[in-house]
Each structure stands twice: as C-alpha cells, then as structure tokens.
Design a binder for this molecule. Structure first.
Ligand SMILES: Cc1ncc(COP(=O)(O)O)c(C=O)c1O
Length: 389
C-alpha cells in the first residue's frame, strides 16, 4: 500500500475497519486542520463566528459546488443527511391525507422521521417493496412507480441503499416521478465520494449527501441541494437570525441554513482541504478513488463468496464501495447483532451486520486504507463464528 495512504489513517491497534459505510474515518492531516481551526475559533470566538464565518462558508460552498457540479445557489451545508431530511419534511406545506412514498431498502432514521411527520401532519406512508436478493436485470423502477397513488406528494429514494448497499436507478425514477407531479428527496448519504452524484443533472427536488462518509470529512459535514422552485420555501430544522435578518450577498435560504444557532462549524470548514487531500492520494484524483474502491471491493467480494461458499445477492453493476453478502451455511439464521458482536469482541473486526428475509447478512466496505489482508481476516473470523443464540 502507498505509504501516504498508510500514514493518513490511524485505527486502534489491531482493529480491522470494514465499516466505513456506517461512519467514515477522517485522515490524520484533516483531523490536524480541524484542531487548528478550533484553536483559532476559541482564540477569538466573536471574530471567527461573526466576522469571518459567512465568508468561510461561502468558500466551502464554492468549492463543494465545483466538486458536485451543481449550482452554489441551491447548496447549503447541514450537519448530516438526517437533518437534511427532517428539514425537508418540516418545509412541505402538507395537507392531511397526503402520502410519503419510501422503499423497504430505506434507512431507519429517515423512516422514523417520516413516521413522525405522518403523525404530526396526518399523512400516509407507502412502502414500495424492492427485491432482495436482486435477480440479475431486475426492474427496480416499476415497484416504486406502481406504488404511487393520487395522494403521493413526496418520494424518498436512496441513491445507494444502506443495508443492502445497492444503487437505485434514480436517473430513471426522478423524471418519471416528476411527470406524475411527485416531489423527490434523494437520500445520497453514501453517494458523494462513492459514485457520481450530479444533483443538478438528476433534477430531484432535494438531494442530500453526507461528506463525513466517503469524502472522509470530519463528522458533522453534509449538504442539501434544493431545486430553484423550493429554495425560498425550504427551511432548516432550527430557525435563527436568517428568518428575519437579511445577510448581504446571500439568499434567505442560505442565510437560514448557514446559521442555525451557535455550533462548531469546523467540520464544514474542513471540506475543501479534505477534498484536496483525498484527491492527492490517488493519481487520477476522485475518479481514481471511486474506481479503486469499486474494483477492490468487487475483488474482495468475489474472494469472500468463494472462500465462504456464499451466493451473490445482486449483480456487480449495482455496487460501489460496499457490498452486502449472506453469512454462510450454519450461520444464516443466526442473530446478526450477535455475529457482529463476536466479530468485534473476539476478532477486532468492525463490520455491519443485518437481518433480512429471516437471514443474517454482513456488509463490507472498501476505503483506500483497506487491503486484501482485511478481507482475509474477515473470512477466517467468519469461519470461527458460533451461531447466535
Ligand atoms: C441511506 C442513509 N440515509 C441516511 C443516513 C443517515 O446519515 P447521518 O447519520 O449522517 O444523518 C444513513 C447513515 O448511514 C444512510 O445510510
């Protein structure tokens, strides 16, 4: 492995980290930059937060919009994808009886936020069932479109699903839903840094992405991109000065999201350095990182399927830097949480596990710091697992 990559991450001694999908790991030089920013903030809190923060955020917005190839006018920073979804749910002028369309591959935090909105605004939640395992060539568009009803107001679609780690065909779904008059929220929590996002090309009403996962920015860095028609009606979860106090050079939408109350903004401010640092690690920059992670992931996945004798639950074209596989025979009906605990406690391997369709599954990820030895350690450890009680 390239020494620059080895030097960039430090994990607890002996820890095999194969769960970048749950929480990304921030490189040491970026941790250092964040510490310096914090020290500067604390050395002059008013100067930093009142006088220079707006311009600093503008610079982040500028660089990030270049990376995402989207209009900076629609781009705001948020602490995480969950916050972005809650902001959207709270911004829609719901009428009782309207419906939110989701899929059964969605992330539970978003499901929970939708349930809360449904309770509060008297909405229905419709869940489109998607296959798992996904047969080759399966149609992932029709199940969502078939689940649309005359009262469907908003469709929530993961760009890359969390538990099953597959790409959903948002390029086909967004225009088809728009034609039906349905607003779209694309949950791109895993997308930036893993696959091309292109929120503007996609044309969704809202696109949210995490920067603290595959971009490797510090925790608390994420974005929301809002289509032009909704910018003046999309509000953060916490309303502050921007509501009634115009800020020079910024739309009200931006002013409201840029300041939601006193907080530590250093994760956001590290985004440009993180983009540049990560890019410097691989000759072809971000395209090279995405490509390297995907190629490596596919190799590791094939290795695990071979040695554990487990079948592929989906075709390779649905995958980015993560993949979910079944536990081998003898473990398949075990409790996934117990298998995860055994892997962590007895083998120092951090990995996501889940139960679905009455079976136990595990999800691997690949970030630049992972080598084949990590997956070999995982295979050896899985062979030693005891069925969960
Ligand atoms: C698909 C999906 N959406 C949303 C989230 C929530 O991300 P956060 O906790 O950063 O808000 C996750 C987290 O893993 C996710 O996988």
């Amino acid at each position: 492995m390239d020494p620059a990559i080895t030097a960039a991450w430090r994990f607890e001694d002996g820890l095999v980290y194969l769960n970048h999908g749950s929480f990304g790991a921030t490189p040491l030089p970026i941790q250092q930059i964040q510490s310096e920013l914090r020290a500067r903030l604390e050395s002059d809190p008013v100067g930093f937060l009142w006088r220079t923060l707006p311009e600093r955020i503008d610079l982040v917005r500028q660089e990030l919009s270049g990376f995402l190839r989207c209009d900076p006018g629609g781009l705001v920073l948020v602490p995480n994808a969950t916050h972005a979804f809650n902001a959207v749910l709270g911004s829609i002028d719901w009428r009782p009886g309207e419906a939110i369309l989701m899929t059964d591959h969605g992330y539970n935090a978003c499901r929970a936020a939708a349930e809360r909105a449904a309770e509060r605004y008297h909405l229905e939640i419709h869940v489109a069932p998607l296959p798992w395992p996904v047969p080759d060539g399966a149609d992932l568009v029709s199940p969502l479109l078939d689940a649309c009803r005359s009262n469907t107001r908003l469709a929530v679609i993961d760009h890359v699903t969390s538990a099953t780690a597959i790409r959903l065909p948002v390029e086909k779904l967004v225009p088809a839903l728009r034609e039906r008059g349905i607003e779209t929220f694309i949950d791109g929590a895993h997308a930036p840094g893993m696959i091309d996002c292109d929120p503007d090309d996609l044309g969704a009403t809202w696109y949210a992405g995490n920067l603290h996962k595959w971009i490797c920015a510090p925790k608390g860095a994420a974005f929301l991109q809002t289509s032009a028609a909704w910018r003046e009606r999309t509000f953060p979860c916490s309303i502050s000065h921007g509501w009634n106090t115009p800020m020079a050079g910024r739309s009200r939408y931006q002013a409201m999201f840029d300041w939601t109350g006193t907080t530590d903004p250093t994760a956001w401010l590290c985004v440009p350095d993180t983009l540049r640092f990560m890019e410097s690690l691989v000759p072809a920059g971000w395209a090279g990182i995405r490509d390297s992670n995907r190629r490596f992931l596919l190799e590791a996945r094939q290795y695990l399927m071979d040695v554990l004798e487990v079948p592929s639950p989906c075709s390779e074209d649905l995958l980015g830097s993560m993949s979910t596989l079944p536990f081998p025979r003898g473990l398949e009906a075990s409790q996934a949480a117990d298998l995860r605990r055994q892997l962590r406690d007895d083998h120092a391997i951090e990995i996501q596990t889940l139960e679905r369709e009455g079976k136990a599954w595990f999800r691997i990820s690949r970030q630049l710091y992972n080598g084949m030895a990590d997956y070999e350690a995982l295979a050896a450890a899985i062979r030693k697992l005891r069925p969960g009680s």
